[in-house]
Design a protein around this ligand. Structure first.
Ligand SMILES: [Zn+2]
Length: 409
């Protein structure tokens, strides 16, 4: 996580819920909401465990989603529904539909079907796959809604809660792509609560992921010698990728992560394949790398076919297996400035960072978006030994609530 300097800003107080978080902290209803958050935290931790014990493998978030829908309904959110992608959405209307502040946490985990999802508890330490990433985010959403209900805080704008699908890996942010396709123009600010800690992510690292397949006729290594070879064409392609020059700032990267193909040491293969990952926090750098990559794949095949005078020509096909758009929300934006001021007003550390999260999608669309941690500490995200330490975890919910209230002015 990059550490950036802290910026302070003064807000003009224009309404009951002006975006000055420090002023909001003196509001009796906000104080009451904070007291409710602390009081309710043990119950929210129990919910975090219970929800986490409902398996949510990639593309199989339905069961956990249905439970969130049941909870949203029980908490009297408005218009609770599940969209086409599987996102669970419910809103808490203010005096006006705008600003509409969307606060989301993801339902899915990286763990395949059949993974044991039992959570064990030893004092403050919870252990189980997904307990922090992102069952913590879901618990923060629930804690916020409970506190808002108990104190009946009225906001000018609307706060919309989303438990979304497809954040991890090959889920490819499909929940966000659906949400921002469907609710385009209706979302003014977006906050993702993802994992633990107190970080603020305002730079969205984008990526392209490809499976590249080289096909040829194949044949006997001795008898059919003289024809183009898919693995050798792929070798040329990998050498070209390896020679790419990319900027270090903004950090832009490439990787050939897996290769396969061929049938025997004494056969010219009919197929070879590789998986390639390219990333950058900068849209232009990522697009430039992407264009170079596609040209290099064609050049490699052209060279291989020319080398063998066009005998048994090799063809290449590119299968896009992952696309996460890049984007960023500037440090000077109201949402980042507010998030920093909120953290500071609660005496929490302020640090901005980069990551690949649900916020990538709105960031790419130019919609103010950040991802924040859900409080508490922990380790081992994406591992079976993931832990979550609940010490002072309620601070994460307080910060999320104060941020949402500051923005929904
Ligand atoms: Zn996550």
């Amino acid at each position: 996580m990059k550490i950036r300097p802290i910026f302070l800003i003064c807000f003009a107080v224009t309404s009951l819920y002006a975006s000055d978080p420090t002023a909001l902290l003196h509001d009796p209803q906000v104080k009451a909401a904070f007291a409710a958050i602390e009081h309710n935290e043990p119950e929210m931790i129990s919910e975090q465990i219970r929800v986490c014990e409902i398996a949510a493998p990639p593309f199989m978030e339905q069961q956990r989603g249905l439970e969130l829908k049941r909870l949203f309904d029980g908490l009297k959110l408005h218009d609770v529904h599940i969209d086409k992608a599987g996102n669970v959405i419910g809103s808490r209307p203010g005096a006006a539909p705008h600003p509409n502040v969307v606060i989301a946490a993801h339902l899915d985990t990286v763990f395949p079907e059949g993974t044991a999802v039992k959570v064990t508890r030893n004092g403050n330490i919870l252990r189980g796959p997904g307990i922090g990433d992102d069952c913590r985010g879901l618990a923060v959403l629930l804690g916020m809604i409970h506190a808002l209900n108990e104190t009946q805080i009225k906001t000018i704008g609307t706060i919309t809660f989303v438990a979304d699908v497809g954040e991890e890996g090959l889920g490819d942010l499909r929940g966000m792509k659906e949400l921002f396709g469907d609710m385009k123009g209706q979302i003014d600010d977006f906050i993702s609560v993802d994992g633990l800690g107190t970080g603020i992510t305002n730079i969205g690292v984008g990526s392209y992921r490809y499976k590249v397949i080289f096909n040829g006729l194949g044949g006997h290594s001795y008898g059919a010698f003289g024809m183009a070879n898919p693995i050798q064409a792929m070798g040329r392609a990998i050498a070209k990728i390896d020679a790419f020059e990319v900027p270090t700032e903004p950090k832009t990267t490439f990787n050939v992560g897996r290769v396969g193909g061929g049938t025997s040491v004494n056969a010219i293969p009919f197929e070879a394949w590789m998986e390639v990952d390219m990333r950058s926090a900068d849209v232009k750098s990522l697009e430039a790398l992407h264009a170079k990559f596609k040209a290099a794949m064609n050049d490699a095949v052209t060279e291989e076919n020319a080398r063998w005078n066009g005998r048994g020509p090799v063809k290449v096909s590119l299968e896009l297996v992952g696309l996460r758009p890049a984007g960023n929300t500037p440090e000077s934006s109201a949402i980042v400035q507010t998030a920093e001021a909120v953290s500071k007003s609660l005496s929490l550390p302020v640090h901005l960072g980069e990551g690949s999260t649900d916020s990538n999608v709105p960031m790419n669309l130019g919609i103010p978006a950040i991802t924040i941690g859900g409080g508490g500490k922990g380790s081992g995200a994406h591992s079976l030994n993931e832990t979550y330490d609940t010490t002072d975890s309620w601070k994460g919910t307080e910060r999320a609530l104060l941020l949402a209230l500051s923005l929904a002015q």
